[in-house]
Ligand binder design. Structure first.
Ligand SMILES: C[S@@+](CC[C@H](N)C(=O)[O-])C[C@H]1O[C@@H](n2cnc3c(N)ncnc32)[C@H](O)[C@@H]1O
Length: 462
């Protein structure tokens, strides 16, 4: 049996994402699921130890691909017709790639992972933990050099952009979802003197880097390498990233958490502030569902602070590539009052080693979670009645009103019987799914039932 290990995490917040039992250590006493620790960070995913197996598989893949790339460079260096200048370039690239691979592997190994292939993941499409490699450099390295694009530096500009929409900030218990390498979470935490900040992410490399710099207060050396030449720029550099200053031991109130935004292991209504920075458009999921997650975790009267672009991934279907107006509308339906908004155009990911960078439009806002639910409208031909929040936002409770309709069909009767003022459309769909023929999507069917009932009631309204 796996040994139980205590989590180094604030009390009364963590729960098992499967059975919601309170968690203080790596074993869930409710459903017996096992969780694990990476570099002293609790890693609490519904798949339990399988997540560790996946990360170790990802490490093995990285080691294999890195080894192949190094062997290929070595092969090039063996050529008799390689000029001295070309040789210099290849040798610099070899050294940078070798250092990068070693730094990543050492960081993860010291965190408790071992590169290990697992045949179960061989056919699966898996992420590469180095996808956000340059975010670590942006967070902790590039500010060491003056940039012509920022008055102070990129991270300060990100912090100021958030503060501009969040006046008189009182962060309380603050959760940063998809916190990446942790810089914004740390800057907000120290700038606002937050009593508690949780920086959660799904990527082991980013989590371990943030933890190493912030909690362990140990430096990280990571090289940056460009394979295309740029005139007047060196194409490789090794950055030494040092821990941020921590005059008031603020790190004792800052914690990293390995978790998936879609299955957060935190208690309902446990957070005063939730920050999403460059997250809405990259999760691959539906922003409406992410708003429901945020609303669920926030206390009544809590705040959701968002900043980032709306550059959804190519694979997301068009109907889910919501505009800024749609997102604000969803937030209002979910009980938020959006109090301040801003749109900025900024230089993004500007490396001192790169002539190229992104120009991005950033949408920031501050939304207040209203303590009281909104009043219900009367039947009418208005959007408030025909597409109410609970029909659009599938996690909101369906109100216990009298739904007037013919109940001839067994499915309609069953759906309406399940309305208790608490259950959401999402939950009811899950409860009726097994009664439907294979291939029929319960959520679509339940949405259609309520949509038609509301239309019918609007038609017969006085
Ligand atoms: C574009 S980066 C932004 C990082 C950081 N918030 C920032 O502003 O630089 C997106 C982050 O979201 C994380 N992420 C994506 N999907 C996630 C999920 N399902 N659960 C938790 N984190 C996720 C990624 O690992 C990555 O760190």
């Amino acid at each position: 049996m796996t040994q139980k290990c205590e989590f180094n995490f604030p009390a009364d917040l963590l729960i098992c994402p499967i059975c919601a039992t309170e968690l203080t250590h790596t074993h869930c006493d409710g459903c017996q699921n096992e969780y694990f620790i990476l570099a002293d960070i609790p890693c609490v995913f519904p798949s339990g130890l399988q997540q560790k197996v996946l990360w170790e598989h990802q490490m093995a893949m990285m080691a294999a691909q890195g080894g192949e790339a190094l062997a290929s460079l070595d092969n090039m260096l063996q050529g008799y017709d390689v000029s001295a200048l070309t040789r210099d370039r290849l040798e610099i690239a070899y050294a940078a790639m070798a250092q990068s691979l070693k730094s990543i592997m050492t960081l993860l190994e010291e965190g408790g992972l071992r590169a290990k292939r697992d045949a179960r993941f061989d056919q699966a499409e898996i992420d590469n933990p180095t996808e956000y490699y340059h975010h670590i450099l942006r967070d902790w390295a590039w500010d060491n050099e003056k940039s012509q694009y920022f008055e102070t530096h990129a991270n300060d500009a990100n912090l100021q952009r958030v503060l501009a929409v969040w006046q008189n900030p009182k962060p309380g218990k603050m959760l940063v979802l998809g916190a990446g390498a942790g810089r914004l979470s740390w800057d907000l935490h120290t700038h606002l003197d937050a009593p508690l900040t949780l920086a959660s992410d799904i990527n082991p490399f980013l989590l371990a880097s943030a933890q190493r710099l912030i909690q362990e207060r140990r430096a990280i050396s990571l090289p940056e390498l460009y394979t295309y030449p740029q005139i007047g720029y060196s194409f490789a550099k090794s950055w030494n990233m040092v821990p941020p200053t921590d005059e008031h031991t603020a790190r004792k109130r800052w914690f990293a958490l390995g978790s998936d935004v879609w299955n957060m292991p935190l208690k309902e209504a446990s957070m005063d502030t939730i920050v999403t920075s460059w997250l809405l458009d990259v999760t691959g999921g539906d922003v409406k569902d992410l708003i429901s997650v945020i609303a669920y975790l926030l206390k009544p009267g809590g705040r959701w602070i968002n900043t980032g672009p709306l550059l959804y991934s190519r694979n997301l279907s068009f109907d889910k590539k919501y505009s800024a107006e749609e997102i604000i509308d969803f937030a209002c339906m979910a009980g938020f009052d959006v109090q301040m908004q801003s749109v900025d155009e900024i230089a993004h990911m500007v490396s001192p080693l790169n002539a190229r960078f992104h120009h991005e439009q950033i949408f920031s806002f501050n939304a207040y979670k209203q303590p009281e639910p909104q009043a219900l409208p009367k039947p009418s031909n208005t959007p408030q009645w025909l597409t109410p929040g609970w029909l659009v936002m599938h996690h909101l409770p369906i109100p216990q009103i009298t739904f007037e309709c013919e109940r001839g069909h067994e499915f309609i009767t069953r759906v309406l019987e399940l309305v208790d003022g608490q259950r959401s459309l999402y939950l009811i769909s899950q409860l009726v799914q097994s009664s439907l023929p294979e291939g029929v999507d319960a959520k679509e069917a339940v949405v259609a039932v309520f949509g038609q009932i509301l239309e019918g009631m609007a038609r017969s309204a006085p």
